[in-house]
Design a protein around this ligand. Structure first.
Ligand code: SF4
Ligand code: SF4
Length: 426
């Protein structure tokens, strides 16, 4: 099988040897009503109301949403506004924990026997893609007519991040438990788990855990970025090419992040919705890189302080990895469901002088989707919609490889994202 292109990133992953540690309960959680791809929820609680862990505090107002739950027991202090990375604001429920972590009595293990039970469970539990995407798991399951292959994403190929890696090392049984549940309910015979070949300990942990399981194969992936993108991952684990106009689940391939799969297993066992997650804390302003298990809504600043970060030195905070993550506008940010990492930097990314294309072809050789970024860049500057369509701008996944390698510092990925918006508006 031909390998897709990509780039070798300087793989600084200081937290990869650090065990997952539970962060002490924060003094306050701020839980935004939008932590998934889709529409914001509406708060269902009021100030001074007592809430339990796992209680619904945000109700979906459309089909493109999942409920939001309290991650701590305690008292609602205020319904405020939360600033998203793009500057927009959404409602936010702030809770002062009582330190007891009392679980809501309605949190009972669900009965999951058929596909619709699984869809209902994924929705009710507030499950979203935990690898950073925030896509709605129940929608993926609903779109799929018949699943023939389950592909679990353990690629985690961005610099710094190690939350999925630690899940694979410390909780392989939960990941395999989730896979077994999906296999049984969806009658899937073939499960592939993609892990980069430079993570032999994770490959070994999953292979050992899968020893007595049927139909599960751990697939080593090339140690280049990106491998976690769904089309790249499906191709490198199964050889299946996902057509440009389709999602993997529409051709019978269900792709889930390993941590999402582990969460589905936990939910099936306990009935406790998605109220906590593992976050890697790293960056050159962080002396003690670590992996922390934290309630959703914990202030980012609490994680940075735990990691001995000198806040005065921080010039920029990234949510997710340095390639595909987003910059936080404020220290008041909270940990959200899809957030796998917090990267605190002393120096923000430097502004680079943009030059003319010298036709070196590096961007083309780096692109995992076999696109021609230099041509797409030109077509975008000409606002040439037909050319953008012919050059398949729609399948660009914004991985940033082209921008990373361009000696002329052209903002290729950014222009191609804008080109996609142009196409969707015409
Ligand atoms: S990498 Fe930059 S300079 Fe080279 S062909 Fe692509 S756009 Fe042009
Ligand atoms: S950002 Fe788009 S065009 Fe650039 S390398 Fe990634 S997929 Fe290719």
């Amino acid at each position: 099988m031909k390998r897709l292109n990509g780039i070798r990133l300087p793989m600084k992953r200081r937290a990869q040897e650090k065990q997952i540690t539970a962060l002490p309960l924060p003094k306050l959680v701020r839980i935004p009503m939008l932590m998934h791809m889709g529409d914001a929820c509406e708060p269902t609680v009021k100030p001074d109301e007592y809430v339990y862990v796992g209680q619904e505090i945000g109700r979906p107002v459309s089909d493109a949403a999942v409920p939001v739950h309290a991650s701590v027991s305690g008292t609602v202090s205020v319904i405020s506004e939360y600033q998203m990375p793009d500057g927009a604001t959404v409602p936010c429920v702030e809770i002062v924990p009582d330190g007891q972590q009392v679980i809501h009595p309605d949190c009972q293990p669900p009965k999951i026997e058929k596909k619709q039970d699984l869809i209902d469970a994924a929705r009710k539990s507030g499950c979203v893609g935990l690898g950073g995407s925030g896509d709605l798991t129940f929608q993926k399951l609903s779109r799929a007519e018949k699943i023939s292959v389950l592909v679990l994403n353990g690629a985690e190929c961005e610099t710094c991040l190690a939350s999925d890696l630690r899940m694979m090392l410390e909780n392989p049984d939960q990941i395999l438990g989730g896979a077994a549940l999906l296999q049984k309910v969806l009658k899937i015979k073939d499960v592939r788990i993609g892990v980069q070949s430079n993570q032999p300990a994770a490959i070994r942990a999953l292979t050992d855990a899968a020893e007595s399981a049927k139909g599960i194969t751990v697939c080593p992936l090339p140690p280049v970025y990106p491998q976690g993108e769904k089309r790249v991952l499906v191709y490198h684990t199964t050889g299946i090419v996902v057509p440009e106009d389709k999602e993997p689940e529409e051709i019978g391939v269900l792709v889930l992040n390993v941590s999402t799969c582990a969460f589905l297993y936990q939910y099936a066992q306990t009935g406790i919705p998605l109220v906590e997650r593992v976050v890697t804390v790293d960056g050159n302003a962080v002396p003690k890189a670590c992996n922390l298990l934290v309630p959703i809504g914990t202030p980012v600043i609490d994680l940075l302080l735990y990691a001995s970060c000198e806040l005065d030195l921080v010039k920029q905070i990234w949510c997710g990895g340095a390639m595909m993550g987003v910059s936080y506008p404020t220290f008041r940010a909270s940990v959200t469901k899809p957030q796998n990492g917090i990267i605190a930097l002393k120096n923000p990314k430097k502004e680079r002088t943009v030059g003319d294309c010298i036709r070196c072809g590096k961007c083309m050789r780096a692109c995992p989707m076999n696109l021609i970024p230099a041509e797409l860049d030109r077509a975008y500057e000409d606002r040439d919609v037909r050319m953008l369509t012919d050059l398949h701008a729609g399948i660009c996944m914004n991985c940033g490889c082209c921008t990373y390698v361009c000696p002329a510092n052209r903002p290729l990925a950014e222009h191609i994202q804008r080109a996609k918006t142009l196409l969707s508006n015409t």
